[in-house]
Design a protein. Structure first.
Length: 182
């Protein structure tokens, strides 16, 4: 790659001068609001019901969530043996919009991004666009702490003006769940 040196300003700092100029900068502390999601941290055995199949199907999965990137984000990994999906779901705090957000990807090529308006009736509701199984959807993910060792996730898909529930997942803290995590 070549650089057009005429586009570089004459007053660019280099070497020790550049180091001195950035010496006053340091990484900010992680957002305090992220601690509201601490109920997700750790290893969980999750019991799910897939409401999109006829009849509905059920199974168990292993979910693990840990702080990443200096504690600025929480990353959840999911291993869902049937049908065989591995997931990464990252949560963070947008300090400009003052909202939680999440990014979802899995090894089937599904992906999505949500923003969360905040807590309502003890649940965090996150809404956004996903592409799942080659189709666009508007998803609503609802996360509800039940006890310190149990939380519930309910997923919904928007159909017209209605929200149709597609899953129900109960996650229970389980140190052995990490044995099958990513």
């Amino acid at each position: 790659m070549t650089v057009d040196e005429s586009s570089i300003p004459a007053d660019v700092l280099t070497g020790a001068e550049a180091e001195a100029a950035v010496a006053g900068f340091s990484a900010p502390e992680p957002a305090a609001q992220l601690r509201e999601l601490d109920f997700l941290l750790g290893d969980f055995r999750c019991e799910y019901v897939n409401l999109t199949s006829e009849p509905p199907t059920s199974g168990t999965a292993s979910w693990n969530t840990k702080a990443v990137a200096g504690g600025h984000y929480y990353e959840m990994t999911q291993v869902i043996p049937v049908p065989g999906i591995r997931v990464r779901w990252t949560f963070g705090w947008n300090s400009v919009a003052e909202k939680f957000f999440s990014h979802y990807i899995d090894d089937w090529g599904n992906h999505g991004t949500t923003t969360c308006q905040g807590w309502e009736d003890g649940s965090l509701r996150c809404v956004g666009e996903y592409v799942a199984f080659g189709q666009p959807f508007v998803f609503q993910e609802e996360l509800t702490p039940v006890t310190p060792d149990h939380y519930r996730k309910r997923g919904f898909v928007q159909q017209g003006e209605d929200w149709v529930q597609v899953d129900l997942i109960n996650c229970f803290r389980d140190a052995h769940a990490a044995d099958t995590a990513l």
